[in-house]
Each structure stands twice: as C-alpha cells, then as structure tokens.
Design a protein around this ligand. Structure first.
Ligand code: HEM
Ligand code: HEM
Ligand SMILES: [Fe+2]
Length: 475
C-alpha cells in the first residue's frame, strides 16, 4: 500500500525556506569546483595567476566553499523535512528567513575579503576581520560568531517545532544529533598559540563532524528519503537508523585518535586511533546495506515494479551508499593505521581520500535532496530521470572517481620516493613532485576535474528544468 507523499506544491513556508538554502548551496558548489580547477592547474603550471589569485587562496576558497555549501544544503534539507515529520508548521519562519539573509550576506563579505586580501602579516585584528587560519573553517571571528547566532536561530526553529509537533524516531535522531553537530563548531572558535593544542581542538570539529555527526545526519536523511521516495517502511528504516547511530558514535568518537598520531599528543593515541578508526568502516557497510536492502525489499513487495517516485534522487541515494563506503570506509581505512600513516600522512593520498569521502558521503545525498526539493516545489507525484540527470550523475561520479585514482597514484609515488626512499625531508618533497608519475597524475586529475565540472553544468541545467518537464508530463 502506498502512503502517498503530499504533492501539493511546496506545502508550507518551511519548505520554501529550505529551497532558498538549496539554491545558494548549488551556487557555492559551482564556485567550489571553479576554485578547485584553478588550484589544479597551478599544480601543473605553478606560475598560473601567481600574485593575482594565489594557490593558497584558490585552495582555501575551494575547501571553505565546500563546507559552507554542504551546511547550506543540510539546513535546507532539514527545513524540507521538518513540517513533514512533525506535522507542525515551522514556529518562527520570519526569523528563519532573516537568519538566511544575514548568513548569505556574511558569506558574501567573507569570500570577497578572501579574494581581495590575499597576503599580509597575521595579527589579532586579522583573526577578527580577515581569516582565522584554520583549514576548512577559515572564517574570521566576527563571521564565526555570526554563524553561531544564525545556527542558534535555525536550531531553535527545529527544536521548538519538534517539541510542539509529532515526534518520529527519524526526527528525534535529527534533533539530538544537530545539537551535537552545532555544539562542536565551538571547539574551532578559539585560538591558542600552541599549535598542538590548537590542532587538538580543531580536529574535534573536522573529524567529529565528518566521521560522527555528519554521518548520523546523512543516515537520518537517507531514512527520511527512503520513506518518501520508495515508501520504505518506517519501522525498518528507523531500526537501521538506531543501529547506525550506535555504531557510528561507537567507532567515530575515539576514531579521532587517527589525527593525534603526530601532532604532539601522547603516544597512547596510536593504539586508540588504530583500533577505533579501523572499526569505522563497519557502520558504513551497514548504511550501504540499509539503502540496498530497503530498496530490494520494497521492490519485491507486491511483485510489481517498484514505484520510485523520484528517479534522480534515488540514483544519488544509491551512489551515496556506495560512495560513503568507498571514500570514507575503504580509502579512509587504507591509511588509518599509524604504521601506514607514518608514510602517507599529508600526502596526495590524503587528498584522494578527502575528495572521494566528501563527495561520496555528502555531496551525493545532498544533491539527491535537491532533486527531492524540486519535486516538492513543483508538486509532482513522480519525477523520472532525464537525459540531463543521467549525464550529470555519470560525469560527476566518473570525474570524481577519476580524480581519486589520479591522486592515489600521486600519493603512491610520494610514499615510495619522497618518504621511503629519500627520507621525507624538504628536498625529497620537491624531488618527488618533479617526477613524471606525479606530474602525469596531476594532469589527469585536472582532466577529470573538467569532466566533473561538465557534469555539474548538466546538473544545474537539469535542476532548473526537470520540475517543469515532470509537471508537463503529468498533465
Ligand atoms: C565521510 C567521512 C569522511 C570524510 C568526509 C573524510 C575526509 C577527510 C579529509 C578531508 C581529510 C584531510 C584532512 C586534512 O586536510 O588534513 C581526512 C584525513 C584522514 N581521514 Fe578521513 N574522512 C572521512 C572518513 C574517514 C574514515 C572512516 C577513516 C578511517 C577508517 C578516515 C581516515 C582518515 C585519516 C587516517 C586521515 C589523516 C590522513 C593524514 O594523515 O594525512 N577518514 N579525512
Ligand atoms: C573540478 C573538480 C575539482 C578539482 C579540480 C579539485 C582540486 C583540488 C585541489 C587542487 C586541491 C588542493 C590539494 C592539495 O593541497 O594538495 C583540492 C583540495 C580539496 N578538495 Fe577538491 N577539487 C575538485 C572537486 C572537489 C569536490 C567535488 C570535493 C568534495 C565534494 C572536493 C574536496 C576537496 C577537499 C576535501 C580538499 C582538501 C583535501 C586535503 O587537504 O586532503 N574537491 N581540490
Ligand atoms: Fe578522521
């Protein structure tokens, strides 16, 4: 029996606000890719845009835009599901919209400052107004504080709506997890002169986000999306969700140790990091099985073809299950033991893992949610994949996989030549970068980056047109 999704166009203000966030997310995603391409070209032609748009800036904007677009898409996705799950309207929608505009204005100012002020000495005032200098979270302190205020408003909206409305298992996990996710941001907000202490806390944000709270977040989104897209049974997805939460936190929290091997923290982290981070792929397998199991099960239900109500969203969801397992689980496991990490630490191998993991675990499902949002916006019962949807998913996935393979080869060469053979000194670093394997790998990464970008163009084109086309097909 089908529990039909509410198909009247954007049934409530919360969903409209969700779509506002999603629109900005896609623009920032585009900016992220362009910056990545500039940085990739600079690997091959080091003088490219030198002193006009330096590598350090292109790289910084690339990874900060990545984090920010994902946060936008995450907030957007929560607003999309909030009223659905709680059966209650968002309590303070006006405030929510104000927060959106404040955040977007702040992000614009921060990016402009990054672009126009690229070099100079660091001081107390640059920490406040220009750049806080923490990889992935470089926003200056005024923006940091602003982000906290905006997130508090968002969280208030989610929490108060949840308290007033229906309390599903999915939403309960979402609300509890969001508190941890937002709270962790605070660990990256204060600066200490001692770099070991600074890194110690900085990793709380980065690691405990991507390997604990963000993973739980996508588990929750996947559960919700499966209920909506293939009518998966709530009891089943919620059962999986609880198991995943337990395993993700069980391995992810102490798995933090794999970043404490060489930063001046005590040596007992070697054992703790090795053991718990090695267990991290286990929940990722569970998440993978979860999506495929539910899909397979619903397919067989009454012997007929399954009603996949949103083809592209489902395709991205399945890509997510594979991508999360491969990028985080496998590519993460490769270098998580201290015996291996002593050779691979900070190499292109890390970059290979970073790309496939962020893409596989997060970009994929968030793109899926964008398609889901479009379906709701146009109020169509069923949205089939178009030629553009297929080109987008194929080119983006193929491109990112290609980049990952290329970077893995570059990393392999670094491990053998720079680390093992030449002894990991400064000179070895440059020698390794001049050898053909490394250079060819960087060229291939750039080519695959272009493939990814072409896929992105298809994606935007599709997102703009698919809703209208599906609506016309329905009438
Ligand atoms: C979706 C989840 C994950 C994401 C998005 C992710 C992303 C990243 C990124 C971007 C870095 C580089 C950080 C930097 O710039 O220094 C990194 C480092 C690392 N990741 Fe992950 N990761 C994930 C899951 C995992 C898992 C499950 C494992 C282990 C099983 C793992 C093992 C590692 C290790 C050992 C490093 C340090 C690499 C080094 O020493 O250079 N990651 N991760
Ligand atoms: C057009 C496609 C892309 C290109 C050309 C590109 C290129 C680059 C370059 C050149 C760097 C700097 C690497 C270094 O310092 O050695 C970088 C870093 C990074 N990029 Fe991309 N990128 C692209 C797409 C993506 C996507 C889709 C994601 C994730 C969804 C992503 C996530 C990251 C991360 C996490 C880092 C930091 C990695 C680390 O330090 O370990 N990039 N990228
Ligand atoms: Fe980690």
């Amino acid at each position: 029996m089908l529990t039909s999704i509410k198909t009247n166009s954007l049934t409530n203000e919360g969903q409209k606000l969700g779509m506002m966030y999603i629109r900005v997310a896609i623009v920032l995603f585009g900016a992220q890719l362009l910056m990545g391409l500039i940085a990739a070209i600079q690997f091959i032609v080091p003088g490219f845009l030198f002193e006009i748009f330096d590598f350090s800036v292109a790289r910084m904007v690339h990874i900060n835009a990545l984090v920010v677009w994902m946060l936008y898409a995450m907030i957007g996705s929560v607003y999309l599901m909030l009223t659905d799950e709680t059966e209650h309207n968002v309590v303070a929608i006006g405030l929510g919209k104000l927060a959106f505009w404040v955040l977007t204005a702040a992000v614009t100012v921060v990016v402009l400052v990054y672009i126009f002020i690229q070099v100079g000495a660091g001081s107390e005032s640059t920490i406040w107004f220009i750049n806080e200098g923490r990889e992935y979270l470089e926003a200056p302190r005024w923006a940091d504080i602003g982000i906290v205020v905006v997130v508090l408003i968002f969280y208030w909206n989610v929490f108060a709506t949840y308290m007033k409305g229906k309390k599903t298992g999915i939403m309960t996990v979402m609300v509890a997890n969001l508190m941890a996710l937002a709270g962790l941001y605070l660990a990256g907000m204060f600066f200490t002169d001692n770099i070991s202490i600074d890194q110690y806390w900085w990793w709380w944000v980065i690691h405990l986000w991507v390997e604990a709270t963000w993973e739980v977040f996508v588990g929750t989104l996947a559960a919700y999306a499966l209920v909506k897209i293939i009518d998966a049974k709530r009891e089943i997805v919620e059962m999986w969700l609880w198991i995943e939460v337990l395993m993700l936190f069980g391995s992810g929290i102490l798995g933090l140790g794999h970043h404490y091997f060489w930063i001046g923290t005590p040596e007992y982290w070697w054992e703790i990091g090795a053991l718990f981070s090695s267990l991290e792929p286990v929940p990722l397998v569970a998440m993978f099985v979860h999506v495929l199991y539910d899909w397979g099960k619903e397919q067989g239900a009454n012997g007929t073809k399954p009603a996949i109500k949103n083809g592209p969203a489902m395709a991205w969801l399945v890509t997510n299950a594979f991508g999360n397992f491969l990028g985080a689980g496998i590519w993460g496991f490769f270098h998580t033991l201290p015996q291996v990490n002593i050779y691979t630490h900070g190499s292109q191998f890390t970059a290979a893992h970073g790309h496939l993991a962020f893409f596989g675990a997060y970009a994929t499902i968030l793109i899926g949610m964008m398609y889901y949002g479009i379906q709701r916006a146009y109020g169509v019962e069923r949205m089939r994949a178009t030629f553009k949807s297929k080109m987008a998913i194929f080119l983006i996935t193929f491109g990112v996989l290609g980049m990952t393979v290329a970077l893995t080869i570059a990393g392999y060469e670094q491990v053998l030549v720079e680390r093992a053979e030449l002894g990991a000194n400064w000179n070895a670093f440059f020698t390794a970068q001049d050898l053909p394997w490394y250079i060819q790998a960087q060229i291939w990464r750039t080519i695959m980056g272009v493939v990814t970008f072409i896929g992105f163009i298809y994606l935007v084109w599709d997102l703009i047109t698919i809703g209208k086309e599906a609506k016309e097909a329905q009438v």
